[in-house]
Design a protein around this ligand. Structure first.
Ligand code: ADP
Ligand code: MG
Length: 481
């Protein structure tokens, strides 16, 4: 689309994010809240919606809801309640979902994303539905039927609804990424978009620039990654602008994103709230949350991603490095352990974001799956700082330390890798390199001073990387005159 057309419009985006809470059991039933179990094995009478059974609210889910709300700067009202939302789905045995309508557990929060405040309207607790396994999927290839697995039914969800405050796909993505970071750091959700433990519905509309009246929104479902979210929003913006440019009207509806064909398709007209015939859930008492309870949870709040980034920058990391490491929670928590040992932060981050991250990516491992301990990394860095080994040797042996857990000292002793700082020995190696390359010496003396690097390389080769680089540089300059 021509940018001149696109520039006439302002984009408005609000996100509804569902986070699956990592409780031990379901929100209203004692069944395990586990992924990957035998289909329909986590299905008590309550989950199946049998007549006469009663839901019992899981306190752990409420605690996680409060913790998330506080992390998102929300108010936790002294009272909230549960409501029935009626609709029919084959994977919703009761024919209604227990949710929260007009009195949610969290209200009026915000998140600051790259200096811009995005309002959070509310966050409410609800139960997830089961899962339909459609024809052709999951080993029932060619079948013409769908199977129902109710293991997921009753999993606690926290739905986090933003204000329509975002103005571009990039902003929406950044908000979603930060939300994911937060739920992971506070330990309430895996935040895995690919596996669906965190899901996002994107509401998008367009309006002429300068207008105060929002356009009609479409709601996009089925985005399973951050990049898909961004692509889906981009696509939807252009689709809506084209409709408006052609004199048409955007209809309020739910659309599905297809990441293969890279387009959204209409799924169904969007219900209004009255279509769900919400009413207070008669089987559950309204929930009163005392201020003591809220403070008890607040006291358990771990350091949040934004605070972590600020702290790392205070240690001298660049804004970019700080955000990259925070994005990878396993590495950030490891980094914190290394810091606690009094290690130089810059040296530690260079190893973690360099050799360590590259190895983990290549081997598809998490740091916890390797044998590297914070103590061992800290010791390695101390050895480099004391000039016992060179930085290069450190980079070589870190991989072995990850593979078999051997402390750096042991590897260095066994393989004789300690740095040569003895001037006589280094001088001899320098002299040898100079003697072996008369042509280069001539060129160097003729003004090609960048050849110094060549000689340093020769000396390092000769000493298997063990010579102290600073001494090598100085001695070479001396010899070459
Ligand atoms: P529903 O459940 O019907 O989708 P909600 O109030 O839960 O309604 O969610 C509406 C979401 O849509 C919110 O995130 C809100 O910010 C967003 N939204 C509302 N109006 C618009 C609009 N005109 N354009 C874009 N997003 C909108
Ligand atoms: Mg919605």
């Amino acid at each position: 689309m021509e940018s001149s057309i696109r520039d006439k419009y302002e984009v408005v985006i609000g996100l509804e994010v569902h986070a699956q809470l990592k409780t031990k059991t379901k929100i209203f039933a004692p069944d395990g809240n586990e992924f990957g179990q035998e289909p329909n094995s986590l299905t008590s009478a309550i989950t199946l919606g049998m007549p006469g059974v009663l839901p019992v609210l899981n306190k752990e889910a409420v605690n996680m809801g409060i913790l998330t709300g506080l992390a998102l700067n929300c108010t936790i009202p002294p009272r909230c309640k549960f409501d029935r939302k009626q609709y029919f789905y084959p994977d919703l045995p009761k024919g209604y979902q227990i949710s929260q309508y007009d009195e949610p557990i969290c209200v009026g929060g915000y998140l600051d994303i790259n200096g811009k405040r995005i309002g959070i309207t509310r966050a409410h607790l609800e139960e997830d539905a089961g899962k339909l396994v459609h024809a052709g999927a999951d080993g029932i290839a060619g079948s013409s039927y769908s199977l129902v697995d109710l293991n997921r039914a009753g999993t606690p969800l926290l739905e986090i609804v933003s204000e329509p405050d975002m103005r571009s796909a990039e902003e929406a993505r950044a908000y979603m990424e930060e939300l994911r970071n937060i739920v992971r750091y506070i330990g309430v959700c895996d935040g895995n978009l690919e596996e669906g433990s965190m899901r996002c519905d994107a509401n998008i509309s367009v309006m002429p620039k300068g207008s105060k009246v929002f356009g009609t929104r479409a709601e996009i479902k089925n985005v399973n990654s951050f990049s898909a979210l961004q692509r889906a929003i981009e696509y939807e913006i252009e689709r809506q602008i084209e409709i408006v440019e052609d004199g048409g009207e955007v209809v309020q509806e739910t659309r599905l994103w297809d990441d293969n064909s890279r387009e959204t398709r209409s799924m169904r007209g969007k219900e209004d709230a009255h279509d769900y015939r919400y009413f207070p859930e008669p089987d559950l008492m309204p929930l009163e949350i005392s201020r003591e309870w809220v403070e008890e949870i607040r006291a358990k709040m771990p350091e949040l991603p934004a605070q972590k980034r600020a702290r790392y920058q205070g240690l001298g990391l660049s804004e970019y490095d700080a955000s990259v490491i925070v994005e990878q929670m396993g590495l950030a928590l490891f980094f914190d352990e290394v810091l606690k040992l009094g290690t130089n932060p810059k040296a530690a981050v260079n190893f973690i974001m360099g050799e360590i991250a590259a190895y983990l990516k290549e081997e598809k491992l998490e740091i916890g799956e390797t044998k590297l301990t914070p103590e061992n990394l800290s010791e390695l860095i101390a050895m480099i700082e004391k000039n016992t080994i060179s930085n290069n040797i450190g980079k070589q042996i870190i991989i072995d330390m990850m593979k078999d857990g051997t402390p750096a000292k042991e590897i260095v002793e066994k393989r004789g890798l300690s740095q040569i700082s003895d001037e006589g020995a280094i001088k001899a190696a320098c002299q040898k390199a100079v003697d072996a390359h008369p042509k280069e010496v001539e060129a160097y003396k003729g003004g090609k001073v960048q050849l110094l690097g060549f000689f340093v390389g020769q000396v390092m080769k000769e000493t298997k990387g063990r010579a102290n680089p600073k001494a090598v540089n100085e001695l070479l300059k001396e010899i070459l005159g």
